[in-house]
Design a protein around this ligand. Structure first.
Ligand SMILES: O=C(O)CCC(=O)C(=O)O
Ligand SMILES: [Fe+2]
Length: 251
């Protein structure tokens, strides 16, 4: 793929048939991946927020309790070299978002054995998320809520069907995009495991086997588990409302 421009055909080729989801392998090069990881790991300790089962950095500013973004510049290793931002814009999936591209990135670090519970990303964002994976793979599951009329539904909270509706293997350097109903109606999560067992059919089936590297496909076909390493995910979204608080007036 021409890394400068992601043509709409490339995006169309990454479409997961039947879903508002796209998987684009090799969205950044090996050299760019190494550079990004080095920048992430050399950032000051104060940039990290530590959660019970992962660490993260927030780029582009904090979101207020009312859901608007107090903007901060995105890091140059995201906007200049490598220019991940304009590559994401070139996919045109943010064409209808208020700022025509992501203005906010949550960069998550997962060690082997860490994951993220099924959740929704919420209404403060335009309903598109593009996620760049670095350094290790993960298996990304989409889940649906149990039918409202079903007895299993708990009062107050909605129950989640344990069987994913769709699972994708996210290889390092790939971009996954979720939009439309995948964003607004379904949840997503990553199991907290040290190795993933995936297959081309049955309950651990992944839908993007044909887009994976040959070694990965061979491992899966041979029934080998895929060992997780540390993974960095850059989840890129457009916060619809931007606070005017940070507007600076020059004199
Ligand atoms: O690491 C990922 O790919 C998913 C992260 C995620 O869902 C989030 O930050 O909201
Ligand atoms: Fe999420």
């Amino acid at each position: 793929m021409d890394l400068e421009t992601v043509a709409p055909e490339d995006l169309a080729a990454g479409r997961i048939p039947g879903y508002d989801a796209f998987y684009i392998p090799n969205f950044v090069s090996v050299a760019e991946e190494e550079y990004l990881i080095q920048k992430i790991l050399s950032s000051p300790q104060s940039r990290w927020k530590t959660l019970p089962n992962r660490r993260l950095q927030i780029w582009g500013g904090e979101i207020t309790s009312k859901g608007s973004l107090i903007t901060q510049p995105l890091p140059s290793f995201f906007t200049v070299y490598p220019d991940v931002l304009s590559r994401i814009k070139a996919t045109r999936v943010f064409e209808n978002s208020p700022h025509k591209g992501p203005n906010h990135v949550i960069m998550n670090e997962y060690l082997p054995g860490q994951g993220i519970m099924p959740h929704e990303d919420g209404p403060q964002y335009h309903p598109v998320v593009a996620t760049l994976s670095l350094s290790s793979h993960a298996v990304f599951h989409y889940y649906q809520y149990v039918d409202e009329n079903n007895d299993i539904s708990k009062a107050g909270g909605k129950s989640i069907d344990k069987a994913p509706i769709l699972s994708l293997l996210l290889e390092p350097r790939s971009l996954v995009i979720s939009l439309g109903t995948m964003y607004t109606s379904y949840l997503h999560g990553i199991d907290p495991v040290e190795e993933d067992f995936v297959s081309t059919d049955g309950t651990s089936k992944i839908a993007n086997i044909d887009s994976l590297r040959q070694e990965t496909r061979e491992s899966i076909q041979a029934g080998h588990p895929l060992k997780r390493g540390s993974r960095y995910s850059l989840t890129c979204r457009d916060v619809e409302r931007v606070s005017r608080l940070n507007t600076t007036f020059s004199h």
